[in-house]
Design a protein around this ligand. Structure first.
Ligand SMILES: [Zn+2]
Length: 425
């Protein structure tokens, strides 16, 4: 099957070269794009081929999310917690750990489907998710994978293992991870954060990641409390602890946040080549502080931390906050927005080839050129411009409607599951 895009304004996402061209998009996880001299006539198309008229539309590579939580999907509009949290630990205790302990497989499926619908409609075709559901651990990852596959978005998943609910659930988290990765799925060994992970679990997680040739995905120094806990219990800071356990030798590890680091910790991260995921809006929402990353490492990608499913919004939020924290420029924020592709390539993961594309109906009031694209990226482009989305050569959103599932049914299912979850809270 080949998808033909006729008369597109194609923007090369790396060189910013812009050209009026026809495209042929091959399907499959490693599918290529090419620029044929002439498009086939309608009569020459096979029944499986498709031709989309892209006159006046901007076509470029679709987007990826470096740190997401589908488990937060059903939290939108939920009843207030029993106690209004006064610090980060209370936010976890009274909000997120209160929710995730009540999730069952049906709610997880609904959360993953709805979240993937939103991601797809926002042009996000690759999702790196970090999941928790302490009383529905078994099969949680395969449930999410199946839901993402149904929508047609590519993924790397993990279960957020911790010691917060005792040894039995910790072992279940390790087993779910081992089973999922052994089945050939792309993913990480997920850990919640240093302050909920004991030494035995940390060592087991590193060994499991080594076994499956992957990295850890663990929240790092999101709040000062993570550092205070590591110093009190282990006599060292969070990144030093992860370093001693061997986590920094796992080059594809992702450390979301990294807000409160010492110079020594920054140096360890810089030297290791591991990855940091920046989640500005979540940090603002939890009032944990904001970090500048320019002096930390070039391996920074952007995430949502489950706040929403819109990576253009994440980039613009990080750009605005970055004025105060690190005087960030247009080129730096665009690089961070696109670094997820470099990360996926370094992992050797599938699902992010050149045949992942967005067709944007971008109604610019001024001329768009290779030289000023970054200005349009920061101040102009947003999710409402995403008209059609192609993942692995397959159309998953067309004219702003998901083509792979019935959106109304997915959202009705999510609302039912939301009610079920809230009734248990
Ligand atoms: Zn997170």
């Amino acid at each position: 099957m080949t998808l033909f895009l006729k008369d597109a304004t194609f923007l090369d996402w790396q060189s910013f070269e812009i050209k009026r061209t026809d495209l042929a998009v091959a399907d499959g996880p490693q599918g290529e794009i090419s620029f044929p001299k002439a498009q086939p006539t309608e009569a020459a198309l096979t029944p499986q081929d498709r031709l989309i008229d892209c006159a006046g539309k901007l076509v470029t590579k679709s987007f990826g999310c470096g740190h997401h939580h589908i488990y937060s999907t059903l939290a939108r509009g939920m009843p207030a917690p029993r106690k209004i949290p006064e610090n980060f630990n209370e936010i976890l205790q009274y909000v997120w750990w209160h929710i995730d302990k009540r999730l069952d497989l049906e709610m997880i499926e609904a959360s993953a489907l709805a979240s993937a619908v939103y991601c797809a409609k926002n042009g996000v075709t690759f999702i790196i998710d970090h999941h928790a559901s302490p009383f529905a651990i078994k099969d949680s990852l395969s449930t999410i994978a199946k839901a993402f596959d149904q929508i047609g978005v590519a993924h790397m998943l993990c279960y957020e293992i911790s010691d917060r609910d005792g040894e039995a659930l910790r072992e279940e988290g390790l087993a779910e991870t081992d089973t999922f990765l052994a089945a050939g799925h792309q993913g990480h060994v997920g850990l919640h954060a240093s302050f909920t992970v004991g030494d035995e679990l940390l060592n087991k997680a590193v060994a499991l990641a080594q076994k499956h040739h992957t990295g850890l995905h663990i929240h790092v120094a999101e709040d000062r409390a993570d550092q205070e806990d590591a110093l009190a219990k282990h006599g060292m800071r969070v990144v030093e602890r992860l370093h001693r356990a061997g986590a920094l030798e796992l080059r594809t590890s992702i450390f979301p946040h990294c807000i409160h680091l010492s110079d020594t910790e920054k140096e360890l991260i810089r030297q290791s080549g591991i990855w940091v995921a920046q989640n500005t809006e979540s940090n603002q929402n939890n009032n944990v502080g904001l970090a500048g990353y320019a002096s930390l490492t070039d391996n920074v990608m952007l995430g949502t931390d489950g706040m929403h499913c819109d990576m253009l919004r994440s980039a613009q939020a990080a750009f605005l906050a970055g004025q105060a924290t690190e005087s960030i420029g247009f080129d730096n924020i665009y690089q961070r927005f696109r670094n997820v592709h470099r990360y996926i390539r370094e992992c050797g993961a599938h699902g992010d080839a050149d045949n992942n594309l967005v067709i944007l109906d971008y109604d610019a009031p001024t001329e768009l050129t290779s030289n000023n694209f970054l200005g349009h990226f920061v101040y102009g482009l947003d999710a409402r411009h995403v008209e059609t989305v192609i993942c692995q050569g397959r159309i998953i959103v067309e004219n702003r409607v998901v083509t792979t599932v019935n959106e109304d049914e997915v959202l009705a299912f999510a609302r039912d599951m939301g009610t079920k979850l809230w009734d248990k809270m």
